[in-house]
Design a binder for this molecule. Structure first.
Ligand code: GTP
Ligand code: MN
Ligand code: MN
Length: 581
């Protein structure tokens, strides 16, 4: 037996000793295994079968009503020194955290089966991929991990070869919100989660491993783990440029990743290819470019709002072999959520008779789990072990005012400042009151596994001799007019902005320099057939100097939150822009 296998076996044995399961099952990821788990879940009520004619092999899971979202206040990064976790994380001393978790885990799997789930984040044969093993007592978690990761025998073989893997321990416990913790031990490459069966808390390969632990690991190994979609844009000449984009949760990553270009663009030969919709791992290649992989194998997307109009690619992949969590359901057993253009809900997400007066049919954070291979725009390049070279990185958030439709950063340092300063507004009140700006650096506030000051420094470190880094842009699809209406049509029409960006990359488009970055003139964007009036477009592309002056002050205060861990270079960049304004 290899020493790696021994260490995996020892760990599994020690967890079994602590948690006392009735049985241990090592998952191989096979269809037969999945079929048995589905049968078990249909019998115990974890899953409800959906309409076999319209939705073959589709199931609905209703979670505990108090367990429907990530729990940031119960999520901890446990490093020896609190400053290493940083003010951007909740911190707990590792020894104390282990004591608390051991007490929760003691005997928690009595009467249950313990599943050992080996998985690989990224293509199984990619040097950029990393492996983990999740131990869980939830068959629902196993079924989701099978879709979201390369799970089973091949991953286990790689782990036995390589030795290093992230150890994740998960138990649904009693699903009691008062006995719930999501603990990260980046220095031990381990995760411990208790008391929740919900996606981000329970599918440990996703946010816990591929973002929090991986971002920490990436810093020590010289790469980046980011909350970004990856998309390929093919121009009429047949050249494909890959773009990664970081938007906070519920700000349109899944939409942009599966964008369908406007009719005119499609006729001209533009195509959009999906690589990933939530997480991006970027490594510098031998040629100096950044290469990106999507560590996931599936999509765990927000259901409400997904429709033929907003995301036809997503709709096309959801009519077979999918798991729906907390959506409503029609009388004939089809999944239903708000925003759907047809069908009528009969039961709501808690299984009650649907009553509009009580609330929405689907929980606002209801989700679908589906293999990426089912997405019509998914590209084989997503399986390339080398990853895809990035031409551009985009940062964006919800800003009802101030931030223009698109801005190009002058250089990498400026781009890192743009990412670090990212913010998203709480939904603007109907009265037109200014939304509360919450900083969410690189959309990683809930996910960076270490101090943001060190994280900014790590980003800056990629700018070295020989590097051919992607251009960095900022976008804002969410500008609102005085009536609170979105000024930019968004969705497929975001293609028009992507075209400008790519033409900046290849030196074919014009821009105007301003202190906060380079802006297109209205004429530089293709707005044919949009019906957007000139004044609105002008406003979307205008620099509000007074507003930006105040913004730079606020960014200055924010950077101080990380004290002397914030790189001087970043502070100087901010000061220079503030002075120019
Ligand atoms: P996570 O999966 O939670 O990380 O979030 P995400 O970034 O993938 O969010 P998602 O794509 O599910 O965001 C959906 C929300 O963004 C919905 O409310 C959409 O209506 C809205 N949205 C997406 N693209 C656009 C756009 O171009 N314009 C406008 N106005 N809204 C958009
Ligand atoms: Mn996300
Ligand atoms: Mn998403």
């Amino acid at each position: 037996m290899s020493s790696q296998l021994a260490s995996l076996n020892d760990w599994v044995a020690s967890v079994a000793q602590l948690t006392q399961p009735d049985a241990i099952h090592w998952c191989d990821g096979s269809d037969a295994e999945n079929a048995r788990l589905v049968e078990l879940m249909l019998a115990n009520g974890d899953l409800v079968k959906l309409n076999e004619q319209t939705h073959p092999n589709c199931y609905l899971h209703r979670s505990s009503p108090s367990d429907v979202a990530r729990v940031e206040h119960l999520t901890f990064v446990c490093t020896r020194h609190p400053a290493d976790a940083g003010p951007n994380n909740n911190w707990m001393d590792p020894a104390e955290a282990h004591r608390e978790m051991d007490a929760l885990y003691a005997g928690c799997m009595r009467g249950r089966t313990m599943y050992v789930v080996p998985y690989c984040m990224g293509p199984i044969d990619s040097p950029l991929s990393r492996c983990g093993v999740e131990i869980t007592d939830s068959p629902y978690v196993v079924a989701n991990m099978r879709i979201m990761t390369r799970m089973g025998a091949a991953a286990q073989a790689r782990i036995e070869r390589e030795g290093s893997f992230v150890k994740g321990l998960h138990s649904i416990g009693e699903l009691d919100p008062n006995r719930r913790f999501i603990m990260h031990f980046p220095e031990e490459l381990s995760i411990q989660s208790y008391g929740s069966g919900y996606g981000g808390n329970a599918l440990l390969g996703k946010k816990c491993h591929a973002l929090r632990i991986a971002s920490y690991q990436a810093r020590t190994e010289g790469w980046l783990a980011e909350h970004m979609l990856i998309v390929g844009i093919e121009n009429p000449q047949g050249e494909t440029h890959y773009v990664a984009a970081a938007f906070p949760s519920a700000c349109g990553k899944t939409n942009l990743a599966m964008l369908i270009p406007p009719e005119g663009y499609r006729r001209a030969g533009w195509k959009v290819w999906t690589v990933g919709d939530d997480i991006c791992w970027m490594h510098p290649g031998a040629d100096g470019r950044l290469y990106a992989i999507n560590p996931e194998a599936g999509f765990f997307g927000v259901a409400p709002g997904t429709s033929e109009k907003t995301n036809a690619n997503a709709m096309a992949m959801l009519d077979h072999d999918a798991i729906f969590t907390n959506t409503g359901v029609t009388a004939d057993g089809q999944p239903w959520w708000e925003g759907m253009t047809s069908g009528t809900p009969a039961k709501d997400w808690q299984g009650r008779d649907y009553d509009k007066a009580v609330g929405p049919a689907a929980h606002p954070n209801s989700r679908f789990t589906v293999s990426a291979k089912q997405c019509p725009s998914y590209t084989a390049k997503a399986e390339d072990p080398q990853g895809v070279p990035l031409s551009a990185i985009i940062f964006g958030g919800r800003r009802a005012s101030l931030v223009p439709l698109v801005l190009e950063a002058r250089d990498w340092t400026h781009g890192v400042l743009v990412g670090a300063s990212m913010a998203s507004e709480t939904t603007a009140a109907a009265t037109g009151a200014v939304g509360v700006v919450r900083r969410d650096s690189m959309a990683m506030k809930p996910f960076a596994g270490y101090n943001f000051g060190d994280y900014f420094a790590h980003w800056l470190s990629f700018d070295k001799p020989g590097a051919k880094l992607p251009k960095i842009f900022q976008v804002n699809w969410f500008r609102k007019d005085a009536d609170g209406k979105f000024m930019w049509p968004g969705f497929g029409d975001n293609m028009r902005v992507l075209e400008w960006m790519l033409k900046r990359v290849t030196g074919q488009a014009h821009a105007v320099e301003t202190p906060v970055g380079n802006l297109p003139l209205p004429a530089d964007l293709d707005t044919e057939g949009l019906g957007l009036d000139a004044a609105t477009l002008e406003q979307l592309l205008t620099l509000d100097r007074a507003g930006w002056k105040a913004e730079m002050e606020s960014i200055g205060e924010y950077l101080e939150e990380f004290g002397d861990r914030t790189p001087e270079v970043l502070k100087a960049e901010r000061a220079r822009i503030a002075a120019q304004l």
